[in-house]
Design a protein around this ligand. Structure first.
Ligand SMILES: NC(=O)c1ccc[n+]([C@@H]2O[C@H](COP(=O)([O-])OP(=O)(O)OC[C@H]3O[C@@H](n4cnc5c(N)ncnc54)[C@H](OP(=O)(O)O)[C@@H]3O)[C@@H](O)[C@H]2O)c1
Length: 165
């Protein structure tokens, strides 16, 4: 279905007073541009590629999985060292980093725990230094190592299947 039709149906609901605002999820830059011709879009949930477009348009940007489904919040998180420096938790550093990235950033971490909810709210008052932001933006060496070993495993499997191994 063309995005103009689905957004058009939401505009009808808005006119009837059944919904107040319209946000979109999983859209490309081109789809977002088409949606914005039909309605005022207040939020976008998407991959990082659309952050700048959202910032230019004053649209809230909601990242997917702000805590990497809990992986970034674990004590062995790559954020643990910076967290210690701030007497914060890795989850708070993950969220603080996202908030520093853009004024339109709106992370919505999922949690079933009131204590985690309160901890996550506390991330908004953490100020990260320019050096910390550079460290956080740099590729994680552990991630690169695991990517390399996954690539090698896949390459060996494909070579074996092709009878090259
Ligand atoms: N529209 C879409 O296409 C789409 C796609 C994916 C996800 N979503 C939505 O995005 C939201 C976030 O996704 P998500 O919940 O899967 O991923 P997430 O926010 O990255 O991670 C949530 C996990 O982190 C843990 N957590 C939260 N705060 C914590 C803290 N302070 N310390 C330690 N652990 C913490 C939670 O466990 P506890 O419960 O123990 O706190 C939960 O296991 C959800 O509302 C989800 O429905 C939407």
């Amino acid at each position: 279905m063309p995005i103009e039709d689905s957004i058009g149906a939401l505009v009808d609901l808005q006119r009837e007073g059944k919904i107040r605002c319209i946000g979109v999820s999983n859209v490309s830059a081109a789809e977002l541009s088409r949606a914005r011709k039909v309605a005022e879009i207040v939020s976008v949930r998407s991959s990082d590629a659309l952050i700048d477009i959202c910032a230019d348009g004053g649209i809230a940007f909601i990242p997917f999985y702000p805590l990497a489904k809990g992986r970034l919040a674990r004590p062995d998180s790559p954020l643990a060292r910076i967290a210690e420096r701030h007497r914060a938790t890795p989850a708070q550093i993950a969220l603080a980093w996202q908030l520093h990235r853009s004024p339109v950033m709106l992370p919505i971490p999922g949690t079933s725990s009131l204590a985690h909810f309160e901890e996550n709210i506390g991330a908004a008052s953490i100020r990260l230094s320019a050096e910390e932001l550079r460290t956080l933006a740099a590729p994680n060496p552990n991630f690169l190592r695991s990517l390399r070993s996954r690539y090698l495993r896949a390459f060996r499997t494909l070579s074996a299947l092709a009878g090259l191994g």
